[in-house]
Design a binder for this molecule. Structure first.
Ligand SMILES: Cc1cc2nc3c(=O)[nH]c(=O)nc-3n(C[C@H](O)[C@H](O)[C@H](O)COP(=O)(O)O)c2cc1C
Length: 215
């Protein structure tokens, strides 16, 4: 069983910190396509994620047809308009509407990520009391994919302004799958170390120390 582990030196640690700092949610894509070899590399990295009971519950649906892409984009536009209508403050509603919250029409690659809520793998280990561990496992796979994309200069945008049953029906997936995310993947039109929502004055990143508690 014993294997020689690779050694991650301080230079790598610094680069890894930079990778985390420069990972961005991307909504503006240029028109370059992503090589299939890179797409496969991203999904290979995603599949290295930890998962409850080693259940690997993530299911990736690659959106290949223009009609399906447009249907998803139109659906998100509709849901976004609905979300905007919930802001009673006019200035906040206008601000919301000025944000670009998806790149579903421009990104060269779209992946819908689902969680198989009844996976055969894992034999139910670890989900008796917290079934949602399956979904958390899928989120970790997405994060792997996100970082693997960024280190190749590829951007990822997570879209969640959806009505999950509608997306489920649009993509015709098994009833036991639940939607986790729509992912837009492609080369970013620009890049920054600052979240777009921070640049646009919506929400700043706050000190991590404000989020740590002791008991
Ligand atoms: C679970 C989740 C859902 C998100 N949904 C959306 C979305 O629907 N539209 C969008 O533009 N960004 C979405 N984002 C991206 C966040 O707005 C973004 O991560 C945050 O503003 C911080 O920016 P950064 O990822 O560039 O650091 C989502 C991110 C997460 C983790």
């Amino acid at each position: 069983m014993s294997q020689t582990s690779p050694f991650f030196d301080t230079e790598f640690a610094e680069q890894f910190a930079q990778l985390l700092r420069w990972r961005r949610d991307v909504r503006h894509f240029d028109r370059r396509t992503v090589a299939e070899e890179d797409m496969r590399a991203l999904m290979t990295c995603a599949a290295l994620a930890p998962s409850v009971g080693n259940a690997q519950p993530w299911r990736f649906v690659r959106v290949r047809t223009p009609d399906t892409r447009e249907a998803l984009a139109a659906h998100v536009d509709g849901q976004s308009a609905l979300a905007a209508s919930h802001y009673t403050d006019q200035a906040q509603q206008d601000h919301y509407l000025s944000l670009k919250l998806h790149g579903l029409r421009e990104a060269p690659e779209l992946i819908a990520v689902f969680c198989d809520e009844q996976p055969e793998a894992g034999h139910g280990l670890g989900i008796a009391t917290m079934h949602e561990m399956l979904r958390y496992s899928c989120v970790l796979a997405i994060h792997n994919l996100w970082l693997a994309a960024r280190l190749r200069g590829i951007g990822l945008g997570w879209v969640s302004i959806v009505d999950p049953p509608a997306v489920h029906a649009l993509l015709d997936v098994p009833a036991t799958w639940s939607l986790i995310a729509l992912l837009c993947i492609g080369y970013p039109a620009d890049i920054s170390d600052t979240p777009e929502l921070e640049q646009r004055g919506w929400q700043q990143r706050e000190p991590w120390t404000d989020r740590v508690f002791e008991r």
